[in-house]
Ligand binder design. Structure first.
Ligand SMILES: NC(=O)c1ccc[n+]([C@@H]2O[C@H](COP(=O)([O-])OP(=O)(O)OC[C@H]3O[C@@H](n4cnc5c(N)ncnc54)[C@H](O)[C@@H]3O)[C@@H](O)[C@H]2O)c1
Length: 256
């Protein structure tokens, strides 16, 4: 019960059905619930998210679902109010929503650049902005931002994604410094290549899969549990001296 008594909000968490391929947010929801938290899952894939939460609630879990497009400030306000109305407070925010557009710079329409930056960088900023007052009211909290190894090293295929994930990494450190004295910790997680709904199509291309396996010294790709276990650590009080840090979970990829 590493999150006993905690209330968590997770974005990009719709892929949370046991027996189907789960995303990091969906898997984190399961692990946070197992560890005693009350959890609000959110996403823009409402049908999937609602189905996942129905199954969790039928199993007796304290889970809720709310639609939340992370690029929309009014939806953030509504989501934080919903969490506090349902469960009384907010202790943990997992900013996890994401998209990926493999593309060369010269072929990239401006809209794709804006979309990557909006969902990742602006989404994390808006979530942090609106979580802080609720966490202050709760006496502190933990914000965990899903960046990527591509926010640390350059990406040969996804330059806008890499720029957006890099923005998350350094925004995390700046916000962490601002709120450390109030007991609000803010850290980033940097997953390497992992099988999730987001990567399902692309990672099945045998040539691409062989290439990314070659880049991963541990010799296998990651899975949602590998990443969600790190998120659990940062969400829990076990990491109470950790803020502004980056947790790399990549099978050794960036150690090369
Ligand atoms: N899978 C990997 O290899 C990998 C590696 C590094 C980082 N990541 C990051 O991990 C995070 C989770 O991705 P995942 O791989 O678990 O896949 P996932 O598909 O389960 O999660 C992404 C979710 O974000 C949601 N989303 C997209 N746009 C949104 C918006 N505007 N508002 C709210 N939700 C939105 C999607 O509907 C989806 O459910 C993402 O930020 C992704 O960039 C993934």
């Amino acid at each position: 019960m590493r999150l006993a008594g905690k209330v968590a909000l997770i974005t990009g968490a719709a892929a949370a059905i046991e027996g189907e391929l789960m995303g990091f947010g969906g898997q984190a929801a399961h692990i946070f619930l197992r560890e005693g938290a009350k959890v609000v899952l959110s996403d823009i894939r409402d049908e999937l998210g609602e189905r996942a939460v129905k199954i969790l609630r039928e199993a007796g879990k304290d889970a809720r679902y709310i639609h939340l497009d992370v690029t929309q400030e009014d939806e953030w306000e509504a989501a934080i109010s919903f969490v506090v109305a349902e469960f009384g407070k907010l202790d943990v925010l997992l900013n996890n929503a994401g998209v990926g557009h493999p593309m060369k710079v010269e072929d990239m329409p401006e809209e794709i650049w804006d979309r990557e930056l909006d969902i990742h960088a602006k989404g994390v900023f808006l979530g942090t902005k609106h979580a802080i007052p609720a966490m202050r009211a709760a006496g502190g909290g933990s914000i965990v931002n899903t960046s990527s190894v591509m926010g640390i090293v350059g990406s040969p295929t996804t330059p806008a994604y890499s720029a957006a994930k890099g923005a998350i990494r350094i925004f995390t450190k700046s916000a962490a410094i601002q709120y450390a004295s109030e007991g609000i910790r803010i850290n980033s997680v940097h997953p390497g290549y992992a099988d999730t709904p987001l990567t399902d199509g692309r990672f099945h291309d045998p040539d691409f899969r062989a290439e990314i396996l070659r880049k991963t010294p541990i010799g296998r790709l990651g899975n949602a549990e590998d990443i969600a276990n790190g998120m659990l650590y940062l969400a829990s009080d076990e990491s109470s001296f950790v803020t502004g840090s980056e947790l790399v979970i990549d099978g050794g990829m960036t150690a090369i």
